[in-house]
Write a protein that binds this ligand. Sequence first.
Ligand SMILES: O=C(CO)[C@H](O)[C@H](O)COP(=O)(O)O
Length: 269
Amino acid sequence: MAIPYLPKFIASDTSSMVGPLLAPSSAPLSPPIFTQDDFKKAAAYKAVEFVHSGMVLGLGTGSTARHAVDRIGDLLRQGKLKDIVGIPTSKKTYDQAVSLGIPLSDLDSHPVIDLAIDGADEVDPDLNLVKGRGGSLLREKMVECVCKKFIVIVDESKLVDFIGGSGLAMPVEVVPYCWKFTAVRLQNLFKDSGCVGKLRTVGENGEPYVTDNENYIVDLYFNKDIGDLNVASDRILRLAGVVEHGMFLDMATTVIVAGELGITIKDKQ
Ligand SMILES: O=C(CO)[C@H](O)[C@H](O)COP(=O)(O)O
């Protein structure tokens, strides 16, 4: 279902609108120009329409999910949502939610989640995802695999023909112990797909990126389709030293895509 009225979903905050949308009505008509962040926000706001008072909510991580968490905070403050409990998927989201006054809990106290809203790095035609380029894949997967509904929010640049199809990383969280050994073993699993594994680093000195769980991330790059994703998933998870990978297979129940043509809602068949 394509809804060709993107501005409708971001109309409550016109500060993010750019170009002719802010121009006076007497200005010459020209096509509105939206930024990628406008699309992220539009998808996020649409997803928050599915949030109801009393829900236990999985709160995603990343620049798209951030808009959804902000919106939930706004609605709580305005009294339009009540009795929400948020389960954050990262320390960053925890901090954001605390700053917005969103009541928080964890999976020990709330093992079943009504709805999770999160971004993704890739979405394939079957709604399989790559997540974790923001580094939070483990907690995201723990939260999102126990939710009744999982809404993924993306701008249209995240749509791919096959997982790995963006040419960007498929992250794997590994224990720091002998990570090089694990990276080589991961790479060897997908030799036929030209797989290259690189340790994710930060800063000028190339220090390893450390996840919220004190692990490292090996980013896998493929130069072609890796085939059966469930087989690939099993092979990765069988390697000692691997904690979790960023393929979220058969988990999304709905994907909301925002782009030049408006918002599209895709439901898992
Ligand atoms: O998986 C994630 C973090 O681990 C993010 O949801 C994913 O990287 C998308 O991020 P963004 O919305 O900033 O593009």
